[in-house]
Design a protein around this ligand. Structure first.
Ligand code: DC
Length: 216
């Protein structure tokens, strides 16, 4: 039997890893899990109940209740939920519970695509392909502003940039499973790429690995 095609994609907020993960999953006919949604689900439950984000016992209870088959992207994609998710994600017991669920998802005979912050380093260190997707903070802020404006909203570049930098600091600076590239990750800087170019670059890396050239 051939080795499962497990693809781990990590990177900071707004680097485009979600879009890339979906495109790769589609292309290789693999199930996809956006692990950010699992942390968002915990944050959303705490907010809905009016519990403080730093309340570890309640956060742990919420993490236990997270159901991977019932993650509602529409509700969870709100900016405030992402901010809150980054705060609950520093609680080690919350991470332990969610990582266990994420690993169960990843354990498929054919493989899977998971994206997040610690997939290549902690959740699936055995992944066959590891991508670390980045883009400069300014580019990520510009993309986010364009996205907001495309949805008829308005935003301020400096505020969005400050938000992104604060989130990077929290995600990269936490003690448990900080965001960082795995030693064997392929780096993909999408600052100068559109979605199509980024997808083609990622696909080329996967194809190289499948051809036997470059196992992660
Ligand atoms: O990718 P996202 O914006 O949906 O993630 C929201 C937050 O969840 C992120 O700021 C940090 C946390 N997270 C994490 O700690 N580990 C992951 N594997 C995925 C997300």
């Amino acid at each position: 039997m051939s080795r499962p095609l497990l693809i781990a994609i990590d990177g900071p907020a707004g680097a485009g890893k979600g879009t890339l993960a979906r495109r790769l999953a589609d292309y290789y006919h693999l199930p996809h899990l956006d692990t950010g949604l699992t942390y968002r689900a915990v944050a959303h439950m705490l907010i809905a109940k009016g519990w403080p984000l730093g309340d570890a016992p309640h956060a742990v209870e919420a993490a236990r209740r997270v159901d991977l088959t019932a993650l509602d992207r529409t509700v969870l994609s709100a900016h405030a939920v992402g901010e809150a998710a980054s705060k609950v994600a520093v609680i080690p017991e919350v991470r332990r519970i969610l990582v266990e669920k994420q690993r169960a998802f990843a354990a498929r005979p054919d493989g899977a695509v998971l994206d997040g912050r610690d997939i290549g380093t902690v959740v699936c260190p055995e992944a066959r392909v590891k991508l670390y997707v980045t883009a400069s903070a300014a580019v990520r802020a510009r993309r986010r502003l364009a996205e907001i404006e495309a949805n008829d909203g308005s935003g301020d570049f400096a505020t969005i940039l400050a938000d992104i930098e604060r989130r990077d600091e929290r995600d990269m600076g936490r003690a448990d499973s900080p965001l960082r590239p795995a030693e064997d990750a392929h780096l993909l800087d999408t600052s100068e790429m559109d979605i199509e170019a980024a997808f083609q670059a990622a696909r080329a890396i996967v194809e190289e690995v499948l051809a036997g050239g470059n196992e992660a």
